[in-house]
Design a protein around this ligand. Structure first.
Ligand code: 6PG
Length: 245
């Protein structure tokens, strides 16, 4: 099963049967955007997400041919635990992807620091890639997930909706995952050229329905804060997550 639904002019929802198909569809679109970015601007700036859902995509990408030396990897968020901790986003991706394609141009969040220091250091890293007048790069693609509670990256329900920084330090308990985190804010995501949300599983169905409904509740549903001014949003969701749409 695969179908497209256009919600707004810049928002598309792709519903796929299962995580395997979702990851395959996301991989194809990822490679298209990467190749186009490299052709047009000489490099591809990608912000990765943590969580379980994108791991199959990363596994698939590890087998693909791409000018990897022109790909600049960043993260939308990170958990402040050592790299060899199972909860570290960079560490997860290293095993699945970087150890296969070679480590080039990786701008990881310094997860061994306290969240406030790591957030500050990461904001400085972003400045090195800034596209003026922004203090940060315009990502060619930002990958995001969505929690059962509607969080995205490490922007959790109840966190401030109005922020003027590029990064934030966060303490948030979600499932059994590390609580100390660093996140990009929606200010950065909302200047990306493309955003993919990868969402899988029936535990997300209720929240996905609310996030995609017309009722705007960004305090409770941080995923709704993502609304790029000049970019496209594509949701890749499996049929379990889409069951209430
Ligand atoms: C992180 C995230 C987070 C994640 C969601 C969904 O914790 O690293 O970036 O926002 O995407 O919690 O996680 P799952 O894909 O595991 O459901």
């Amino acid at each position: 099963m695969r179908y497209n639904q256009i919600v707004k002019s810049n928002v598309t929802i792709n519903v796929l049967s299962n995580l395997e198909e979702l990851s395959e569809a996301a991989k194809i679109s990822f490679l298209e955007i990467a190749n186009e970015s490299i052709q047009k601007r000489g490099r591809f700036l990608i912000s990765l997400s943590g969580g379980n859902t994108p791991m199959k995509l990363y596994e698939k990408l590890a087998h693909e041919k791409l000018a990897w030396e022109k790909v600049y990897f960043f993260w939308g968020d990170e958990r402040c635990v050592p790299v060899d901790d199972a909860g570290n986003c960079y560490g997860q991706t290293k095993k699945i992807l970087f150890d296969k394609i070679g480590q080039t141009n990786i701008q990881r969040i310094e997860s061994d620091l306290e969240p406030a220091s790591a957030a500050k250091a990461y904001a400085n890293t972003l400045k090195d890639f800034a596209e003026p007048p922004l203090d940060w790069p315009r990502f060619d693609l930002a990958l995001l997930g969505m929690g059962d509670d509607g969080h995205t990256a490490s922007l959790f329900p109840g966190s401030p909706v109005e922020v003027n920084s590029a990064t934030v330090a966060v303490v948030a308990n979600y499932q059994d995952r590390p609580a100390n985190r660093v996140s990009l804010t929606q200010n950065v995501f909302n200047t990306a050229r493309n955003i993919f949300f990868l969402v899988s599983g029936s535990s997300k169905a209720e929240t996905l329905k609310k996030v995609l409904s017309s009722e705007y509740a960004p305090l409770e549903l941080p995923a709704q804060r993502i609304d790029p001014q000049n970019g496209k949003v594509v949701w890749f969701v499996d049929s379990a997550a889409a069951s209430l749409l």
